[in-house]
Design a protein around this ligand. Structure first.
Ligand code: NI
Length: 147
C-alpha cells in the first residue's frame, strides 16, 4: 500500500466531502480510489473507442550519451510506418530536443512512445495523442480529428 498526500482548496475539499457523504463512502481514501479506478477505466475505453490516432512525441536527451542518438534513430527506423516526421533541435552544447509526429493504431503508437521515453537518458518525454476517425494512412492524405 502506498501513501500520498494531496492538497485541495477549501471549496473543492468541502464539495468533495459532500459528494462522498451522498455516495455513502466511509472515508476520502475509498472515494479517491474509486475515482482513480474509474478514470483509468475511462482512459482505457477511450483508447479502445479511438483505435487510430495522430500524435506528437517530444523529449530531450544528451547526444554525448553513449549510443543514445543511434538507439533513438534505430527505434524510429524500426517503426517507420508510424513515424510521419521528426524534428531535431540542438538546444545547447549537450542537449537535443526532438519532436516526432506519429500516425497509426493508438495502442501501437502508445507502445512506441512508451519504449522511446523509457530509453535510458531520455528526459521530459511527453506524448500528445489526438484520436482520429480512421487510419488516415490508408488511402487518405488528411485525417479528421474526432471531437
Ligand atoms: Ni542535437
Amino acid at each position: 500500500m502506498e501513501r500520498f498526500t494531496i492538497s485541495l482548496d477549501e471549496k473543492l475539499a468541502s464539495e468533495f466531502d459532500k459528494l462522498i457523504r451522498e455516495r455513502g463512502y466511509l472515508n476520502r481514501s475509498e472515494a479517491v480510489r474509486d475515482m482513480l479506478r474509474g478514470k483509468l477505466d475511462t482512459l482505457r475505453l477511450e483508447d479502445a473507442l479511438a483505435p487510430f490516432c495522430v500524435a506528437s512525441l517530444s523529449y530531450v536527451y544528451n547526444h554525448h550519451e553513449r549510443d543514445l542518438s543511434e538507439r533513438l534513430t534505430e527505434l524510429q527506423h524500426d517503426h517507420h510506418d508510424l513515424v510521419v516526421a521528426s524534428t531535431h533541435v540542438h538546444l545547447d552544447h549537450d542537449n537535443c530536443l526532438e519532436t516526432v509526429m506519429l500516425r497509426g493504431k493508438t495502442d501501437v503508437v502508445r507502445r512506441f512512445a512508451d519504449a522511446l521515453i523509457a530509453e535510458r537518458g531520455v528526459r521530459h518525454g511527453q506524448i500528445n495523442l489526438v484520436p482520429v476517425d480512421e487510419d488516415a494512412g490508408h488511402g487518405h492524405v488528411h485525417s479528421h480529428p474526432t471531437t
